[in-house]
Design a protein around this ligand. Structure first.
Ligand SMILES: C[S@@+](CC[C@H](N)C(=O)[O-])C[C@H]1O[C@@H](n2cnc3c(N)ncnc32)[C@H](O)[C@@H]1O
Length: 346
């Protein structure tokens, strides 16, 4: 069976770089059923994966989140594969923003790819990040040609996303509209919403192998994620992709203590995301289209995998929990060991 080498993108973050080969191997095993005998290796000192495949699907290889380049091995020589370009916008859309609490963009791409791999519908898909921060998931979704939707409680994070989008789209000369409007309920203001659209011109679209998606949409509300269904109304999403608060840089806004928010809920800082997730997951579940998938990353020091799977099961979601799905846990720092679960409807 023909053998291949996939060179892996060297992550800027040293810790994530160490975790990348194992994560990339698990991602390939989950998303590329035609591949066998996957193992981490190096090519000229650079991290890579070795695998075997008969007639590999190039679109699937091109979709791997850590892919730098792929080669077929031929009598000791490596022949480069010209894989299709799946990104509709440049990498710097996601890599330029740098701030404490940002979810590593390479990890965000991994979680997005794994979650979307469980959605059978053709794109462009509608992706919700109900703990959006400054929008790493939403920007990664745009880069992959999908629409992004979000909810975020931190007004400063919301403002930073708005100004970044305006600056980036203007600097790249991409036709766009970015609007922020107040949100009112019963005559009083309860927050703000961002509505952005990027109109990709022929040149931007033609570089991608994806069927042309001329307009990418983004809507983000300020507010509490447990009000996400109220904020988005009847809208349903193909995928929900989110990185839960780690209880370190970002506390979880948790009801039951502290000040009241604009919707009349009690807020407070809770160092564990457990309370937040147990209240938010049923809300998010109600926002998922039939055939949709939910991908969550979280800090295993604050919540066990079994507890999270149980929360998901209570809403009728089945967390994928076998084989390579168990290989995504990795250390981020001394207080964070991150894992992910992708769940689909039973
Ligand atoms: C781990 S961070 C996500 C970071 C994001 N992926 C990024 O790269 O910018 C979790 C986010 O959840 C937000 N958050 C915490 N509790 C919330 C709540 N109850 N409702 C909405 N957002 C909340 C925090 O403000 C923080 O931005």
């Amino acid at each position: 069976m023909p053998e291949y080498r996939m060179l892996l993108n060297p992550a800027a973050n040293h810790v994530y770089r160490q975790a990348t080969p194992a994560l990339a191997a698990a991602e390939l095993e989950v998303t590329a059923p035609f591949v066998t005998a996957i193992e981490p290796t190096t090519v000229g000192g650079a991290d890579a994966l070795r695998f075997s495949a008969d007639d590999p699907d190039e679109l699937v290889l091109a979709g791997q989140s850590s892919l730098l380049a792929c080669f077929e091995e031929n009598g000791g020589w490596l022949r480069p594969l010209e894989l299709p370009e799946l990104r509709v916008l440049d990498d710097d859309l996601v890599t330029i923003p740098k701030y404490p609490g940002k979810t590593n963009e390479a990890f965000t791409r991994l979680l997005l790819h794994l979650t979307l791999s469980q959605v059978a519908r053709p794109g462009p898909l509608e992706v919700l990040d109900p703990l959006a921060g400054r929008g790493t998931t939403l920007l990664a979704a745009w880069q992959a040609g999908q629409h992004g939707y979000g909810v975020e409680t931190d007004e400063k994070a919301f403002d930073a996303l708005v100004s970044y989008l305006k600056t980036y789209l203007r600097a790249k000369r991409i036709k766009h509209s970015v609007q922020v409007t107040p949100v009112r309920r019963d005559g009083r203001s309860i927050g703000r919403r961002l509505d952005a659209e990027a109109r990709l011109d022929e040149a931007t679209r033609d570089r991608s192998a994806r069927p042309g998606q001329p307009r990418l949409k983004m809507t983000v509300f300020t507010g509490d994620t447990r009000d996400a269904a109220a904020l988005f109304g009847r809208k349903r999403f193909d995928a929900i992709v989110t990185d839960a608060p780690y209880g370190i840089v970002h506390g979880a806004e948790h009801r039951g203590q502290g000040r009241q928010n604009t919707q009349g809920h009690q807020n407070g800082r809770d160092r564990s995301p457990q309370g937040l997730l147990s209240e938010a997951i049923p809300v998010w579940r109600s926002q998922l289209k039939a055939g949709g998938a939910l991908g969550i990353a979280w800090n295993t020091y604050t919540l066990s995998r079994a507890e999270l799977l149980e929360m998901l099961a209570e809403t009728g979601l089945h967390g994928l929990d076998e084989g390579p799905w168990l290989n995504f846990e990795h250390r981020v720092d001394s207080s964070i060991v991150r894992d992910l679960v992708v769940a689909v409807a039973d």
